[in-house]
Design a protein around this ligand. Structure first.
Ligand code: PGA
Length: 254
């Protein structure tokens, strides 16, 4: 059987209510006949709208972030348990914007991943190096640390609900996409590392690529043996582009 290609859209802090309504209405029936795995991560204030529209159509709904605790005095945070309760399927943890703008380090990300899994939310755990780290040949060391520290103490059965996303910081929102070979080499490294050093099962773990994925470059990336789809920012905002990416993913699986 061929691998399942994922197309997960990360809308970040974009879209007004009218844009969300527009996206929902443009996603035609044909989407649900596609075999690729689809997901969308809107802002939290739009989660309920997306759940209502997509939950029964097999499109997964993700949160872009969640709290490290289920409940309590954490003003402004979203409880993973409450997210699960309204029908959210998964949450991103460790997106580079959370790491750099909100100063989220290994410790808090590890707590978030654990709490999300405990509350039955699946996790898309994001890792990636900066341009400076790549130029100094530190890519693999950075990834090893982010993975080992961020996922430590998570049981083998919980790890089976963790998808990894490799998102080189220099490629996010910059229009500079990693070449398929560059991404493949890194994905191969990640797959080997997490199965040898953490308790992932090499052939079962999904590793998505993120960083300026768009319809014009998706095919080359999705065709790579170790790339199981994309975590897509900018190109997932428009329903037409998102749909096109899903169709490309679907063709790649055939
Ligand atoms: P981009 O963002 O596709 O706009 O580069 C990807 C991401 O940040 O997840």
């Amino acid at each position: 059987m061929s691998r399942i290609i994922h197309v997960y859209g990360n809308w970040k802090m974009n879209h007004l209510k009218s844009d969300v309504i527009n996206f929902i209405s443009k996603l035609s029936e044909s989407v649900i006949e596609l075999d690729c795995k689809q997901g969308v991560c809107p802002q939290s204030i739009h989660l309920s709208m997306i759940i209502e529209a997509f939950a029964k159509k097999g499109i997964l709904v993700g949160s872009q972030n969640c709290s490290h605790e289920a409940f309590g005095a954490f003003t402004g945070d979203n409880s993973p348990q409450a997210l699960k309760d309204i029908g959210v399927n998964f949450t991103l943890v460790g997106h580079s914007e959370r790491r750099s703008i909100f100063n989220e380090g290994h410790e808090i990300l590890n707590l978030k991943a654990k709490k999300a899994l405990e509350c039955n939310l699946d996790v898309v755990f994001c890792v990636g190096e900066t341009l400076e780290e790549r130029e100094n040949n530190k890519t693999f060391d950075v990834l090893k640390e982010q993975l080992a520290e961020g996922l430590k103490g998570i049981s083998k059965s919980d790890l089976s609900r963790v998808i990894l996303a490799y998102e080189p910081v220099w490629a996010i929102g910059t229009g500079k996409v990693a070449t398929p070979m560059q991404a493949e080499e890194t994905h191969q490294f990640i797959r080997k590392f997490v199965s040898e050093e953490l308790e992932f099962i090499a052939e079962d773990v999904f590793i998505l690529y993120g960083g300026s994925v768009k319809p014009s470059n998706a095919k080359g990336l999705f065709e790579m043996a170790n790339i199981d789809g994309g975590l897509v920012g900018g190109a997932s905002l428009k329903a037409e582009d998102y749909l096109e990416l899903c169709k490309i993913a679907d063709r790649t699986m055939k």
